[in-house]
Design a protein around this ligand. Structure first.
Ligand code: IPE
Ligand code: IPE
Ligand code: MG
Length: 245
């Protein structure tokens, strides 16, 4: 698809493709409500879309894509909705094997300790089976919170100080970064948030320090390949300065 801007034609072929895209999959509940359906139907539709967009991002040439699936704050939701989401993750983890055939590397970020044993086992299996693939890395943020992640990293470093392996004055930003769930994953270049909300909601707050933001009013289950391309083209037009001139 093409986008005309300031007289110059930018297409996906000549666009600057972000290395790492973060997607805040929002609006599933409203999508269902609009149709008079239970919220969990919206989550199911959103999960389908996650698969479609993952494949499309790979075609576009994105190297890392992170999907925000469940936040540390989402436990506040009614128990039947949380249960429905957890069941959906179980189902989709079984189906992630399709991505293995396409050589997509799978990683999970977040605090796994609060998830069921079987979910944790499936997460480890997918990560282990796909660890050597390099076409694209798919990161799924489940029970993920940016503040929780930074706190976790600090605890790891504090333990090293306690054991006498590290001096507090030697702690660097790199060390904090290395001990985030993302470790060696590059910073986020572009954050896409559908559904009209314009906030991070605790998504990768460290990794998004210099990310570009793209907001859309479209609800996540309706956010299709063309909408994704629009976000990439908008990103391609941005002038990133990283504090320089
Ligand atoms: C996003 O959709 C999915 C999760 C947070 C798990 P929502 O469930 O937040 O949908 P809305 O925002 O209520 O429409
Ligand atoms: C953010 O969406 C979390 C995920 C998409 C998993 P929310 O719907 O939970 O965010 P808020 O509550 O509107 O900020
Ligand atoms: Mg929401």
């Amino acid at each position: 698809m093409a986008l005309f801007n300031r007289g110059s034609k930018i297409t996906l072929e000549n666009a600057k493709i972000p290395v790492h895209v973060g997607v805040i999959m929002d609006g599933n509940g409203r999508w269902a409500k609009k149709r008079g359906l239970p919220r969990k139907v919206g989550h199911r539709q959103g999960a389908q879309n996650f698969r479609a967009i993952t494949r499309h991002a790979k075609e576009v040439g994105v190297k890392y894509i992170t999907f925000y699936a469940f936040s540390t704050e989402n436990w506040k939701r009614p128990k039947d909705e949380v249960d429905a989401l957890m069941n959906l993750f179980e189902k989709y983890l079984d189906e992630l094997d399709d991505f293995l055939k396409e050589h997509v590397r799978i990683r999970f970020i977040g605090d796994r300790s609060k998830l069921s044993e079987s979910l944790q086992q499936k997460m480890l299996d997918s990560e282990r089976k796909s660890k050597d693939y390099d076409i694209m890395t798919l990161l799924l943020a489940i029970n993920y919170g940016g503040r929780d992640e930074i706190c976790h990293s600090c605890k790891t470093l504090a333990q090293q100080v306690k054991e006498g392996k590290l001096e507090p004055e030697d702690i660097t930003m790199d060390m904090i970064e290395q001990n985030l769930y993302t470790g060696d994953v590059p910073p986020v270049d572009l954050v896409i948030r559908p559904s009209g909300e314009q906030r991070l909601s605790n998504f990768m707050i460290w990794q998004c320090a210099y990310a570009e933001f793209y907001y859309s009013d479209i609800l996540w289950p309706d956010f299709n390949n063309d909408e994704f391309d629009k976000a990439i083209l908008a990103y391609s037009e941005r002038n990133r300065r990283f504090g320089g001139v």
